[in-house]
Design a protein around this ligand. Structure first.
Ligand code: ASP
Length: 592
């Protein structure tokens, strides 16, 4: 700690061993307490809080009682031991106080829009407008410093694993990750734009083609998406890429990073030891989600065949038209009142867009409910086995087109897991979701299909010549890393064959000219010796949130925009000066 005119110690640095020393401290007036002729000022800086005592009868400290909270002052004085009754065991400086002999105001604070001291509830917009005050508050300050430590630990781990850190351009060409680009008009090149990176995807592939083997970056990513609490316009990824690797090699690196973070910043005992690999089709069937929360023990099953020729006409007819039936058990719900079942049905209609739900209650004295009346004992028994239901459970049925049924069943599973208290909030459950479809149907694409993830992925099976006769059946070497039902990372092995690149893009309706224009850099680089490579990126804010048990990504972001994408503190976005627009040859259209 340097000693200068502002301070000899920090506000967290003094303890009993300093008693008798003459010190100088600087910081913010955290809190004042007036005890007649004595004024107690808690002085705060980044490192802690020190209690300073001013004797108001002493002329050299005159005026201190008028100072407003959050003013910045320098205090000179002597360290004294506190009386036994005044010791504060909660803070490191709690055994001492500073008897102030003089002070100086460095910067006076006006009346505050909200208090820094205490836990006052303040609207998010007001907090963001004065983020510097919000960040002074103990909890926010702590969260940002926590994030800082997590990032340092990520870096250390990556270095330990033999990765090198590289910086890639911010002004670049588009690199689609399924969102809209932010574009920056060029002054020098009339009518042209740069795109801010949605991720450094193409650049990191270039690092591999450049021979660097193991790349990582704490990378800013910008995506012009609709905002929610779990999405921000810009965020950071731990981005990595490796050469001469198979899927498992990349996964092992990611597991090493995340497991070490959990050990370091949480509790290793909370981590479930298994990290299963779940094929996408299985995930959609059993969990109704491509990011399953494995803390929830409920498993969905397909019971279409049992209903196909049953007397339950609504389902049997729908199945004839292509619907499937998924069974979602609600363990130990037999004693729930009728209103509980009605609420579940209401949820299915209002939130899941289903016409209704059927259910069977497996009561002690036999199966109950309207569906059960239409089924034979054998059919009911088969359902019970398929759903793994015990006496006391009920089983709900979702009947709809396969993708709708899967997602709706997944949401019911989540609801039951939470409502019936089946999810252990203290547990960390990791898994990989693998074998994603390479393409997905897309009514807006000229060919009716689009890339399922990003266009840089390799086919899962690339051992023989590319066959695009049934594109929707092809699987990608894409793998997503999931923690407690949240996608914390995603990546793939990359296609590095230029001919396949053209064919795969053509399948989604992009001609050779567009590929060469938009992705010409990679396409050309692939002609000059590209190593097989793959990688992944993990969302840093999301990981920090999970480690802190926090839900809103803005809570772990120092200067986020609000939910409308505005920075209320700095005032962005804002109207450019006319000259700025002229410089980049831009004129705004009228809003229609
Ligand atoms: N660029 C991808 C993303 O941002 C990650 C990857 O495939 O490495 O999701």
């Amino acid at each position: 700690m340097i000693s200068n005119k502002y301070r000899t110690h920090t506000c967290g640095g003094l303890n009993k061993s300093n008693v008798g020393a003459t010190v100088t401290l600087s910081g913010w007036v955290h809190r004042k307490r007036d005890h007649g002729s004595l004024l107690f000022v808690d002085l705060r800086d980044n490192y802690g809080i020190t209690q300073c005592v001013f004797d108001l009868t002493d002329a050299t400290v005159a005026g201190i009682d008028k100072i407003r909270p959050e003013s910045v002052i320098t205090v000179g004085g002597r360290v004294v031991a506190r009386d036994a009754s005044a010791i504060n065991g909660k803070i490191p400086t709690g055994e001492i106080e500073v008897k102030a002999s003089d002070y100086k105001v460095l910067s006076e604070a006006d009346v505050l829009p909200f208090q820094v001291f205490g836990e006052e509830d303040v609207s998010e917009d007001l907090r963001l407008k004065h983020r510097y005050l919000d960040l002074r508050r103990e909890r926010m300050h702590g969260k940002i410093l926590f994030r800082n430590r997590v990032i340092r630990a990520m870096r250390d781990k990556m270095w330990e694993l033999g990765f090198s850190e590289f910086q890639t351009p911010i002004l670049g060409a588009t690199s689609p990750e399924g969102a809209r680009d932010f574009i920056v008009p060029s002054r020098l090149h009339h009518g042209m734009v740069y795109a801010l990176p949605q991720s450094p995807q193409q650049w990191k592939q270039m690092t591999q083609i450049s021979g660097f083997d193991r790349y990582f970056q704490i990378a800013p990513c910008m995506r012009d998406e609709d905002l929610r609490s779990d999405r921000m316009l810009e965020f950071y990824q731990l981005d990595l890429e490796m050469s001469f690797v198979e899927q498992r090699d990349v996964q092992e690196v990611c597991e090493a990073v995340v497991v070490s973070l959990i050990k370091q910043f949480s509790d290793a005992a909370r981590l479930h030891p298994e990290i299963p690999q779940i094929p996408y089709d299985d995930a959609m069937l059993k969990y109704g989600s491509d990011k399953p929360d494995l803390r929830n023990p409920i498993i969905i099953s397909d019971v279409t065949e049992i209903f196909r020729n049953s007397d339950f006409g609504v389902f049997a007819n729908a199945i004839r038209d292509g619907a499937v039936v998924r069974a979602v058990p609600a363990p130990k719900s037999v004693d729930k009142p009728r209103s509980w079942f009605d609420k579940v049905e209401g949820f299915a209609k209002d939130e899941l867009g289903l016409a209704g739900l059927g259910y069977i209650v497996f009561a002690e004295d036999g199966p109950k409910g309207p569906v059960a009346k239409k089924l034979t004992p054998e059919q009911i028994a088969a359902i019970r086995v398929a759903a793994g239901a015990d006496a006391g459970d009920s089983v709900f049925f979702v009947c709809a087109a396969p993708d709708i049924a899967a997602k709706a069943a997944g949401k019911l599973r989540t609801r039951f897991g939470e409502e019936l208290g089946l999810v252990n909030p203290d547990e960390f459950r990791l898994c990989w979701v693998i074998d994603f479809p390479f393409f997905e149907p897309d009514p807006e694409s000229p060919t009716g299909i689009a890339f399922g993830h990003n266009p840089f992925c390799r086919l899962l099976d690339d051992s023989h010549e590319l066959d695009l006769s049934e594109p929707l059946k092809l699987k990608a070497s894409q793998y997503d890393f999931v923690l407690n039902g949240q996608e914390i990372g995603g990546g793939s092995l990359r296609n590095y064959n230029p001919e396949n690149m053209l064919k795969l893009f053509a399948a989604t309706g992009y001609g050779e000219d567009i590929v060469k224009q938009k992705f010409g850099g990679l396409y050309t680089a692939f002609q000059y010796g590209a190593p097989p490579h793959g990688g992944l990126a993990m969302g840093i804010e999301r990981i920090v949130c999970i480690l802190l048990g926090e839900e809103n990504l803005r809570e772990v972001t120092m200067f986020p925009t609000n939910q409308r994408g505005q920075d209320l503190m700095m005032g962005s976005p804002n109207t450019p000066f006319e000259q700025q627009l002229r410089d980049v040859h831009i004129q705004f259209r009228k809003k229609n």
